[in-house]
Design a protein around this ligand. Structure first.
Ligand SMILES: C[S@@+](CC[C@H](N)C(=O)[O-])C[C@H]1O[C@@H](n2cnc3c(N)ncnc32)[C@H](O)[C@@H]1O
Length: 266
């Protein structure tokens, strides 16, 4: 179960500081979408707005980028840190009713879809607010290829005899496979989606960095659902297992993300 009630000012600040990974793969998604000057863009699940601000530079003064996110602390940080070309408000992917039908050229969700319990409703909302032929871009964790951090956690939990999957313990309970996402996109009004999985290799200085990154990225959900005694055991074993993946560049962990780009039907 993903909670939106675990975020804090410290986690929001940390996310803004450590989210280079999401920012960098987000820029690839924006490249795929070929955003142009003058376009109107919606960033769903904008977080602290780093990627939205990058897109604002691409659309320039004749365009507009707006973001929505359910976490008020992250929205406040986005509005205080980013330039005037990007504005965020509190909102959810499931309900974009603050925006008119056909009012955007581009809608994107960068590292957001795997937090949504249900996909069809949000994708239909994205279709509704897009102009005909408008583009949708999604990057999301691939259910068919778990991240290394989840594999490590899975091994740790099984060695400790704890039930539950690493996905649930990490908070990303709502991952989707490429096949399921493709079918859902078609149902939502995106007839010919293009999908690919890209792999990213991360190096972390130490185990604290791995945990801080995952806690901030999951707005407090990472390793949050254990009884206190189990939490200490899990964390100890998790850190020991991470250390085994240390290389000269740091602790090496791979992530696998679906990138999907689709046009709204006419
Ligand atoms: C890993 S962050 C990604 C933030 C940003 N897109 C980026 O690229 O840095 C995931 C974001 O999804 C947001 N989120 C969670 N549930 C959501 C929902 N139902 N609708 C929209 N966004 C949601 C979270 O609040 C969080 O800011």
């Amino acid at each position: 179960m993903v909670s939106l009630a675990l975020d804090s000012a410290a986690l929001a600040e940390t996310y803004d500081r450590v989210s280079d990974r999401q920012f960098n793969h987000g820029k690839l998604l924006i490249d795929d979408l070929q955003v142009s000057p003058g376009e109107r863009v919606l960033d769903v699940g904008c977080g602290t707005g780093r990627l939205g601000a990058h897109v604002a530079e691409l659309v320039g003064p004749s365009g507009e980028v707006v973001g929505v996110d359910p976490l008020p602390l992250r929205v406040a940080l986005a509005n205080s840190k980013r330039g005037p070309g990007f504005r965020a408000s509190v909102g959810r992917a499931e309900d974009l009713s603050q925006f008119a039908d056909g009012s955007f050229d581009v809608v994107f969700l960068n590292s957001v879809l795997h937090w949504l319990p249900e996909k069809l409703g949000p994708l239909r909302e994205a279709r509704r607010v897009l102009k005909r032929g408008g583009r949708l871009g999604i990057s999301a964790a691939a259910k068919e290829r778990p991240h290394d951090v989840e594999r490590v956690l899975e091994d740790v939990l099984s060695s400790l005899g704890l039930t539950g999957t690493a996905e649930a313990s990490g908070g990303t309970t709502h991952k989707v496979t490429s096949d399921a996402l493709r079918s859902t996109l078609v149902l939502a009004g995106f007839p010919r989606p293009k999908l690919q999985i890209r792999t990213f290799t991360d190096h972390f200085a130490d185990t604290e960095d791995v945990i801080a990154f995952n806690l901030a990225s999951s707005f407090g959900n990472f390793l949050s659902n254990f009884a206190p005694a189990d939490a200490a055991r899990v964390r100890g074993a998790f850190e020991a297992e991470l250390e085994r993946r240390r290389t000269p560049e740091g602790i090496r962990l791979e992530r696998h993300l679906i990138f999907a780009v689709a046009r709204a039907d006419g």
